[in-house]
Design a protein around this ligand. Structure first.
Ligand SMILES: Cc1ncc(COP(=O)(O)O)c(C=O)c1O
Length: 380
């Protein structure tokens, strides 16, 4: 195993043997293809990216202003405690700032959590068909991963609760789930939480929280307030449009936040990111417009896909996961040639699905056009 992996990594065996064995469990993250790369490789001028669930409206205008205003200040280190951002978030959420940890993206918080809590003898419970960073962070620390299959493309919380053993340390729940867009409701979460031992840490990754429309979506902050070992993760990368700046946050009881903070680097969130995040949080108009654009785009794409005979899974997020009943990897490549970057479901274990980010109207039109061309349906 080690040798073949070393070969794959092009590392000589002697060097690979010096590395921690657990790193060979990590599957390299496959990022959404950057626009510039596709332009260069395929010689295309006009390329759109609907592959990483970014906000098609861009950043909040207030955040852009904050970036301009604070650019001259970057010769100074940032506030290591992200004081102003924690204060603003605390007011926004109606909690105290000690309940918050800010990360270089919520990805960083997942990693910090694993560093603080997972050892090789521990188990982490992860659903199939979900965000890859849970497995990454768990493997990194050498923990054993227990994978629970989804049911009808939705998290099976009952089965996840059943999978708990005395070795279980962390359970990861992505809600709404990336890549399916499906969600688990308040009742399902309540039944689940009743079955989870107090000492097990439950992560509710709510990266797409601000897009959720379902009225029975769980109020997970209540578990935090009750003193459960729950960490709720949210991010500025999605609706706030700040993915390139890398800011995410975790909400948990202060004792939990304190433990995670011990492994945090002193200046993990950069100065401009902190300033822009505070400004974006105050720009309610941008959030509203982003939600409206997403809602309309979701309806448009769902309808047009249905007209083509496809049924995307019901989504509470800013993307759709669609069974295209063909080799998604081939379709992905064909779509690239049309200048449209989507995600093949292959990396999520669903090789006949694609995931497409809901864009602004021109992007959605362009996606449907490209899909029609690629599937040879233009004459139907
Ligand atoms: C479910 C989920 N969690 C976390 C993240 C990471 O977000 P961030 O940019 O805050 O690291 C993503 C990004 O795609 C995501 O889909």
């Amino acid at each position: 195993m080690k040798e073949s992996r070393a070969k794959e990594l092009k590392a000589p065996k002697e060097l690979a043997e010096l590395a921690r064995p657990s790193i060979f469990q990590i599957k390299p993250y496959v990022p959404g293809k950057p626009i510039e790369e596709v332009q260069r490789e395929l010689g295309l001028a006009d390329v759109i990216k609907l592959a990483s669930n970014e906000n098609p409206l861009g950043p909040a205008p207030a955040a852009i202003e904050a970036l301009k205003e604070h650019a001259p200040g970057v010769s100074l280190y940032p506030d290591g405690a992200s004081f102003a951002l924690r204060k603003a978030l605390a007011a926004h959420l109606g909690i105290d700032p000690e309940f918050l940890i800010i990360g270089n993206g919520s990805d960083e918080i997942l990693k910090l959590l694993a560093e603080a809590f997972l050892s090789p003898q521990d188990e982490a419970i992860i659903s199939s068909t979900t965000f890859g960073e849970y497995a990454y962070a768990s493997h990194l620390m050498g923990a054993r991963i227990v994978t629970v299959p989804t049911r009808e493309y939705t998290y099976d919380l009952e089965a996840m609760a059943q999978a708990v053993t005395p070795k279980t340390r962390i359970i990861f729940v992505c809600n709404p789930n990336n890549p399916t867009g499906t969600y688990v409701n308040g009742n399902a979460v309540e039944m689940f939480m009743r079955r989870i031992p107090e000492e097990v840490i439950v992560i509710f990754d709510e990266a797409y929280y601000e897009y959720v429309e379902a009225e029975d979506f769980p109020a997970t902050l209540e578990y935090v307030k009750e003193g459960r070992n729950v960490l709720v993760l949210r991010t500025f990368s999605k609706i706030y449009g700040l993915a390139g700046l890398r800011v995410g946050y975790g909400i948990g009881r202060p004792e939990l936040i304190d433990l995670i903070s011990r492994v945090r680097e002193p200046f993990n969130v950069n100065l401009l990111a902190q300033k822009a995040a505070v400004a974006a949080l105050g720009d309610a108009g941008h959030v509203r417009r982003s939600r409206e654009t997403n809602h309309a785009g979701k309806q448009f794409l769902s309808q047009r896909l249905a007209d083509m005979g496809f049924n995307p899974l019901p989504s509470q997020a800013n993307f759709l996961f669609v069974d295209v009943r063909t080799d998604a990897q081939q379709l992905f490549k064909a779509m690239l040639k049309q200048g449209v970057i989507v995600r093949s479901g292959e990396i999520f274990g669903e090789p006949a699905f694609i995931r497409v980010t809901i864009g602004a109207p021109p992007q959605n039109e362009r996606f449907i056009q490209a899909l029609t061309v690629c599937l040879g349906k233009e004459n139907e």
